[in-house]
Design a protein around this ligand. Structure first.
Ligand code: SAM
Length: 234
């Protein structure tokens, strides 16, 4: 049984797509997508040997070697330009997902859809999508086993379209997630705000108060955006 988190990623794969799942670990996602007939074919990319072996074993056990190629490599280097039409990257931090996309930009030319599931700092991904001409078409926030995850889906298009006049708040928390303001969304941002309050307290005790001051400014800025997201415009 696939996790609720990966199921949510799988549900965004277009029918009949050829996918690349980067950082695939056990290749659970491509196996599920191909077995269900969602994806026609897949590449499972992995940079580390252990997870690579786990992916190979999983694909073999499922008898899917004909349809799923398990390849070792860093990020998008495991695919050729034009080889896949959907890229999924799940279970990593937003900054790592962003650097994988950025370093592999030339491989994304023929790709129609990105389905990205950052564990943290989704704002890094939103900014990258915006600058690189990818339009956010869907966002989901969900909780599983006490952890909160976001799933961002983007297609090439009008990258600015989802954003309105509260762009900074929207980039941080997600334009669609902000409009929806679900209980999970509020839980996430209340949790983040509490953590930032702790950071501010700790900064009072820092030895280098000049460095602390700089950090304090950026924490206060983010806290302000979070409060706007939770309470509406302030
Ligand atoms: N995608 C799976 C999921 O969501 O359950 C596995 C997530 S696991 C926490 C992250 C995986 O990404 C690890 O197996 C790691 O080896 C792999 N990884 C990290 N950086 C990578 C990169 N630059 N290229 C390919 N794989 C990478």
């Amino acid at each position: 049984q696939l996790s609720k988190r990966l199921m949510a990623v799988a549900s965004r794969i277009p029918a009949g797509a050829v996918i690349a799942d980067i950082g695939s670990d056990h290749a659970y996602l491509p196996c599920y997508a191909v077995q269900r007939g969602v994806a026609a074919q897949a590449v499972a990319g992995e940079v580390a040997d252990g997870p690579l072996q786990a992916a190979k074993q999983q694909v073999q056990a499922a008898g899917l070697e004909e349809k799923i190629a398990v390849r070792k490599g860093n990020g998008l280097e495991v695919i050729a330009a034009g080889e896949v039409d959907c890229v999924t990257i799940a279970g990593m931090g937003g900054p790592l997902i962003t650097s994988i996309l950025n370093e592999g930009k030339e491989k994304l030319v023929g790709v129609k859809r990105l389905v990205l599931q950052p564990n943290l700092r989704a704002d890094h991904i939103r900014r990258w999508l915006l600058v690189n001409g990818w339009q956010l078409i869907d966002e989901e926030i969900m909780e599983e086993d006490g952890k909160i995850y976001e799933i961002l889906t983007a297609e090439q298009g009008d990258a600015d379209k989802p954003y309105g006049k509260r762009k900074e708040v929207e980039l941080l928390t997600g334009p669609m997630l902000l409009a929806e303001k679900s209980d999970v969304f509020l839980k996430k941002w209340r949790r983040e705000a509490d953590q930032l309050e702790v950071v501010l307290e700790n900064l009072k005790k820092a030895e280098d108060q000049q460095a602390a001051d700089q950090k304090r400014q950026s924490v206060l800025q983010e806290l302000q955006l979070i409060k706007e997201a939770i309470n509406g415009e302030e």
